[in-house]
Design a protein. Structure first.
Length: 219
């Protein structure tokens, strides 16, 4: 079977592998410390990694897999990306805000995801994925900037840096800038996102639920 976009397949696979590793490490820490915020960020990495894997298969093999399979792969990619945005923002809300102001915001986050999922049912453009991700990233940036200011929380520094890296990656992807004919804007976006995800992971390791008791920091 011919691989139509080999470098996109490779960079998506590396992004998926890194995300899965981060997800498993965070899941283990969440179980040990009983922190819901970390568990939600683990779910974000898991769904984001799954989206990268499906996206890589779509770009690499989609044209040879048939129309129905291509549609399933792409819809899975964009919906899983939405789940990643939902769970990461929910995790940050859990870490930064107490229950009372957090509850209505969580409802808004779920409503945002529902609108996105329905919208993407009839559309395929990746720019809508980017818009959804940037909306979530903007909210995460504001939450953790506030947390840095109000509580000097160490997790926020990593997460703010990660958001800025993610925005830079999204801008490169949307610009269509290609480093080489065999290394396009999608490949560059994946590489930048791997670095951003590492920063998100470092920040997520330090998260503690706002309403919970800290039971020790990550080693």
């Amino acid at each position: 079977m011919t691989i139509s976009e080999p470098m996109t397949l490779v960079t998506d696979a590396v992004l998926a592998g890194a995300s899965l590793w981060f997800a498993l490490r965070l899941a283990r820490l969440a179980r040990r410390t009983r922190q819901r915020s970390i568990a939600l960020w683990s779910a974000a990495f898991m769904s984001g990694g799954a989206a990268a894997l499906l996206g890589g298969i779509y770009h690499g093999f989609g044209p040879g897999l048939g129309a129905l399979t291509s549609v399933i792969l792409w819809k899975g990619t964009v919906w899983l990306a939405g789940v990643s945005s939902l769970t990461s923002l929910s995790g940050s809300l859990t870490a930064v805000l107490p229950a009372s102001p957090r509850a209505p915001l969580v409802g808004i986050v779920w409503a945002k995801f529902a609108v996105y999922a329905v919208w993407m049912a009839g559309r395929d453009e990746f720019r809508y994925v980017v818009y959804d991700q940037l909306t979530g990233m903007a909210a995460i940036l504001l939450l953790h900037a506030y947390d840095i200011y109000s509580r000097k929380d160490p997790a926020g520094r990593f997460i703010v840096a990660a958001v800025l890296a993610s925005v830079a990656g999204a801008a490169l992807q949307q610009s269509g800038f290609d480093l080489h004919r065999n290394f396009n804007h999608n490949d560059l976006f994946h590489v930048v996102q791997i670095g951003a995800n590492y920063l998100f992971y470092r920040g997520a390791l330090l998260l503690r639920d706002r309403d919970g008791e800290a039971t020790g920091r990550a080693r």
